[in-house]
Design a protein around this ligand. Structure first.
Ligand code: PLP
Length: 363
């Protein structure tokens, strides 16, 4: 007799992370491999983070501060909120999970885009949600499409802006239109993991201010992307203390390590580092646009640190052939987007290597 498990798991596939560099080197016998597959920071992290982590190491015999007091204060100061309006987690991944567990019941209506961050699907499915999926419009969120599907009964709406994996964004006006349309009893999860890279004048840079006005909106942020500390697993959410208080009831008491808390405090202070990261991303983005144009490839203009492009050939095959040449990227997946892939913007050298390999593969 087999051990029984929750039937919801039958429809959930495990998350497939970007392939690690060492695995690819070993499997293919390659000396040099570049990874442009997980939207990581190609320039590393601030030197002040290294110092903060080394200092914090002296105390790892103790449990971390379960309330992450100093970190909450730092975030509150930076974003003009109170510490009660902040909740740090072990990456924003953990927050996606906690939100699903806190707010979704069996059969709850949950609305999300067709091509977006995959954890929204799996965590909602895990809780038995009734998923309402909004098709993409030209590889971007279709705000009118969201309005057609959202009802007063909707429990939760997942929004990712800029979106992963398409890099597309929706405007401040569209966000407000949605927030006005959505019932105050529906939770709006607004994930801005790539916020720091967005510079379009219509991108909502004041989302935290909007969350003060629309109390049903939670703003999720991460230090894994622009701040470059993905390996330390730290993200945070800003919003109404009542909502955060509910989530806090089921949070593991020591979910954010002492090293991560110290690193995050240091990282959030280093604006100079962030400027370099954003400059590199901009330069890489325009270089890739130019090269895609020369190759006649369709792509989506990005406000993030990754670009979705249409290789015009099976994405899985293109992925494999790039791998043979030591370049790891990611197919978007799904039958409808079979020929689409996502590449993270790297250093200029990495971007050039990727383009050289892609030219070979598509020749
Ligand atoms: C949109 C989005 N949200 C959340 C995450 C998770 O980030 P974290 O490393 O903070 O768990 C990612 C990571 O790729 C992402 O793309």
């Amino acid at each position: 007799m087999a051990v029984k498990y929750r039937k919801e798991l039958d429809s959930i596939s495990p998350y497939v992370p970007g392939k690690p560099i060492d695995d690819v080197k070993r499997e293919l016998g390659l000396d040099r491999v570049i990874k442009l597959a997980s939207n990581e920071n190609p320039l590393g992290f601030s030197s002040s983070v290294r110092e903060a982590v080394i200092r914090a190491l002296d105390e790892v015999n103790l449990y971390p501060d379960g309330n992450a007091t100093l970190l909450k204060e730092k975030i509150a100061e930076k974003y003009g909120v109170t510490p009660e309006e902040v909740l740090p987690t072990c990456g924003s991944d953990e927050m996606v999970d906690l939100i699903a567990k806190t707010f979704i019941d069996q059969g709850s209506e949950v609305v999300l885009a067709e091509v977006t961050f995959p954890r929204y699907f799996s965590t909602s499915q895990m809780m038995g949600a009734d998923l309402k999926i909004v098709p993409m419009k030209d590889m971007a969120y279709d705000i009118e499409g969201f309005k057609k599907v959202i009802t007063p009964e909707t429990r939760l709406v997942w929004l990712c802006n800029p979106n992963n994996p398409t890099g597309s964004f929706f405007t401040r006006g569209e966000l407000i239109e949605l927030l006005e349309f959505i019932s105050p009893e529906t939770l709006v999860v607004y994930d801005e993991a790539y916020y720091e890279f967005a510079d379009h004048p219509d991108y909502p840079k004041d989302s935290v201010e909007l969350a003060k006005e629309y109390k049903n909106m939670l703003v999720m942020k991460t230090l894994s992307k622009a701040y470059g500390i993905a390996g330390l697993r730290i993200g945070f959410t800003i919003g109404d203390p009542v909502l955060l208080g509910l989530i806090n009831r089921i949070r593991n008491p020591f979910n954010v390590t002492m090293l991560s808390q110290a690193a995050a405090v240091a990282a959030l202070d280093d604006d100079e580092f962030l400027v370099r990261i954003i400059e590199n991303n901009q330069a890489g983005k325009y270089y890739l646009y130019e090269e895609f144009d020369k190759m006649g490839l369709e792509y989506v203009k990005t406000e993030a640190n990754h670009i979705a492009f249409n290789a015009g050939k099976d994405g899985g095959l293109v992925f494999q052939e790039l791998l043979q040449r030591g370049v790891i990227i990611r197919p978007i997946g799904g039958e409808k987007y079979r020929t689409w892939l996502r590449v993270s913007i790297g250093t200029m050298e990495e971007n050039r290597e990727f383009i050289r390999a892609l030219q070979e593969v598509l020749a």
